[in-house]
Design a protein around this ligand. Structure first.
Ligand code: NDP
Ligand code: 2IT
Length: 448
């Protein structure tokens, strides 16, 4: 059996009941097949792949907190320090009831290659909790964040591991966690990114993932002789990534006609009103029915099992920005039947493997999340740089660095695909380019 196939079986055996982690590993291993097979004996002898798929450290902890009624609640906290070959562990924290070890491991594994693609010195990590922020008061959120950090603080640090936001973790949660870290450690350091602008945050970090997604999509379009101007774009999600992807796509002249949340989706043929969307989701923390009731042109569709939501809308470009496996084979078929030209992932692993293959077979331009959503973590690394030099850069400075980073990622993944005879396969290009830097650093550092 080839080394790559052996390692996939090894991962399934060693990590039972973690389907998302298996899926993430499978996608990467398939892309690396040609690279590994060229030098199989060397890689096998140094057990490079076993080391790559095994986290350096896995931290699981109890998070007890008291709700507003005086009832004690207990949640499960996680931080996976996956790979520090090229820099301190870096990656977000997700607070969502679906969080479990397998989900955090898939996200941490993806983060290794994504962070490598940014060209910045950051290793891969991810964390989170099965806590549900929905319906909680501000005080409950604060007490929960303080309890979470009361355990996490001992494992992180500006040069060790630097968490940030992800689903369910935005500026409010980062603020509460930063306050608790500072109180316990008595150190004012850049231990978290996505901080508020008054206490060490970077301008443009809030916008960075969505903006970066659109910058790389525009690079892709330019490379194929067109642009986002006048294109119809379908976006899923209505959170941090989706909102700023919609905003930037509109600034580049596209018409974005949809968004979605965990309750349902919006079709707005006149184009999404971003200010209204921000008011509904960021300020009121309400559901999308409020968007529809405030806007005549918008239709709200409740989410129903087996229905395909935004992917049935005719579009030129689709940007999945909600969560993993939200775009399956039937969705891919609907997109292709409607003549979609490009799909670029804002979320982490939103497209199933079968759907990805179908899109690629049907000549749809497809960029995977570890390349196309890397603008968020890249700007987090820029926040770390600013914290280290105790200076702030202007919005324009950060935004122009972000544009440069996304253009560079596009160039690197295109070239890596070409080098291995896989021109136009940006999934393979991303995995190969991300892997090579990490593997070289791991080999140079010996058996650790
Ligand atoms: P947010 O919490 O801000 O928004 C998530 C959005 O997706 C919300 O609209 C939410 O609905 C919806 N959603 C989440 N889970 C589900 C689900 N299980 N079913 C249906 N809808 C769901 O998160 P982000 O925008 O930060 O993250 C979105 C994706 O982007 C995630 O995959 C994340 O890992 C990825 N990502 C985020 C980065 C960042 O910088 N924030 C960087 C790179 C990737 P509702 O409003 O109802 O909660
Ligand atoms: O998935 C991701 O890249 C993020 N949630 C952002 C991580 C970060 O450290 O900014």
């Amino acid at each position: 059996m080839s080394y790559v196939d052996e390692i996939y079986d090894y991962v399934v055996e060693k990590n039972p009941a973690q389907p998302e982690f298996h899926q993430a590993v499978k996608e990467v291993l398939e892309s690396l097949r040609t690279v590994i097979e060229k030098d199989e004996e060397k890689y096998r002898k140094e057990a490079l792949l076993e080391r790559l798929v095994t986290p350096e450290r896995q931290i699981l902890f109890r998070v007890p907190w008291v709700d507003d009624k005086g009832q004690v609640q207990v949640n499960n906290g996680f931080r996976i320090q996956f790979n520090s070959a090229i820099g301190p562990y870096k990656g977000g924290l997700r607070f969502h009831p679906s969080v479990n070890l397998g989900i955090i491991k898939f996200l941490g594994f993806e983060q290794i290659f994504k962070n490598s693609l940014t060209g910045l010195p950051i290793g891969g990590g991810k964390g989170g909790c099965d806590f549900d922020p929905k319906g909680k008061s501000d005080n409950e959120i604060m007490r929960f964040c303080q309890s979470f950090m009361t355990e996490l603080y001992r494992h992180i640090g500006a040069d060790t591991d630097v968490p940030a936001g992800d689903i369910g973790v935005g500026g409010r949660e980062i603020g509460y966690m930063y306050g608790q870290y500072k109180r316990i450690r008595n150190i004012y350091e850049g231990v978290l990114t996505g901080k508020g602008l008054t206490y060490g945050g970077s301008l443009a970090r809030t916008e960075a993932t969505g903006y970066g997604l659109v910058y790389i999509t525009e690079e892709l379009m330019k490379d194929h002789g067109t642009s986002l101007k006048d294109k119809t774009v379908v976006v899923s999600g209505a959170g941090n990534v989706a909102i700023y992807a919609i905003q930037k796509a509109q600034q580049l002249g596209a018409k974005v006609v949809s968004c979605s949340d965990s309750t349902g989706w919006i079709y707005d043929p006149e184009g999404i009103d971003v200010d209204l969307l921000k008011e509904v989701k960021e300020v009121k923390r309400a559901i999308l029915t409020e968007y529809a009731s405030a806007r005549k042109s918008a239709e709200y569709h409740e989410k129903k099992n087996g229905e395909h939501g935004v992917w049935t809308i005719k579009c030129d470009v689709a940007l999945p920005c909600a969560t993993q496996n939200e775009l399956d084979l039937d969705d891919a078929k609907a997109l292709v039947a409607n003549g979609v030209m490009a799909v670029c992932e804002g979320a982490n692993m939103p497209t199933t493997i079968e759907a990805t293959e179908y899109l690629q077979e049907n000549k749809v331009l497809f960029i995977c999340g570890k390349a196309s959503n890397a603008g968020g973590v890249a700007t987090s690394a820029l926040e770390m740089s600013q914290n280290s030099e105790r200076l702030h850069w202007t919005f324009e400075e950060v935004d122009s660095k972000l544009q440069g980073i996304m253009a560079n990622i596009y160039k690197n993944i295109s070239e890596a695909a070409k080098e291995y005879g896989l021109e136009g396969n940006y999934v393979a290009g991303a995995n190969i380019a991300g892997f090579k830097k990490v593997a070289t650093a791991m080999e140079a550092q010996g058996i650790v």
